[in-house]
Design a binder for this molecule. Structure first.
Ligand SMILES: Cc1cc2nc3c(=O)[nH]c(=O)nc-3n(C[C@H](O)[C@H](O)[C@H](O)COP(=O)(O)O)c2cc1C
Length: 198
């Protein structure tokens, strides 16, 4: 994740490729219940930050770096698309009962789409950071983006995109302070609790 950016503009073709890849994410029942609000004009980006942060405060290092990103994409999940899709005859959940769902597939699928955006921009030599929208600001953010409140589409977070600034200018992520757990400690062969090499 990159948390500070240069002034260099982002090639719109990279953004379009990222969105094309996002829509190739897997989705339950091919429901494709997602939407992406793309902010690529300075005034739109400014409106997003004004809505998502406490404007009275001086921006901290994290915010100052993140606000420099010329592009912000807000991936949103659309639960209704899944309830509609699974009410179709081949699925048969006509009661649209949300308790049927083992987990919110709408958020899961949108998160996978978000990862494809991150990977696409990284492959293009740019930097990006996925971050959460704090609950207390969600209503403001929805209003700023033209999203209804409450209901669909639901913003699952936001992604800054830009050319990475030299490392020391931005906030340092927690990955620099915490050990990356090796895959051999989290993969369990045959049964949970089994070591990988035992
Ligand atoms: C659901 C989610 C929420 C995150 N929220 C934030 C955030 O609010 N601020 C931030 O700087 N990074 C955020 N991150 C990025 C993580 O801090 C980062 O992925 C993690 O530290 C590992 O670093 P790396 O992705 O650079 O390897 C978030 C990542 C995820 C998946």
């Amino acid at each position: 994740m990159v948390r500070s950016y240069t002034d260099e503009p982002v090639d719109p073709a990279v953004v379009e490729r990222a969105l094309e890849h996002a829509t190739r994410a897997p989705s339950a029942g091919f429901s494709q219940g997602w939407a992406f609000v793309v902010l690529d004009r300075p005034e739109d980006v400014r409106r997003f930050w004004a809505a998502s942060t406490e404007t009275s405060d001086e921006p901290d290092k994290w915010l100052a770096g993140m606000m420099k990103a010329p592009v912000v994409i807000v991936p949103c999940s659309v639960k209704g698309a899944y309830l509609d899709r699974y009410a179709e005859p081949d699925k048969g959940w006509t009661d649209r009962d949300e308790r049927r769902w083992p987990m919110p597939f709408w958020d899961l699928d949108t998160a996978m789409a978000a990862l494809l955006i991150l990977q696409t921009v990284t492959d293009a030599g740019l930097g990006a950071c996925f971050f959460g929208i704090v609950s207390e600001r969600e209503v403001e953010v929805r209003r700023a983006l033209g999203l209804p409140d409450p209901g669909d589409p639901h913003p699952i977070g936001a992604i800054t995109i830009g050319h990475p600034a030299p490392r020391k200018t931005g906030a340092v992520g927690t990955a620099s302070r915490r050990r990356r757990t090796p895959w051999t400690e989290v993969a369990h062969r045959g049964r949970f609790g089994n070591g990988w090499r035992s």
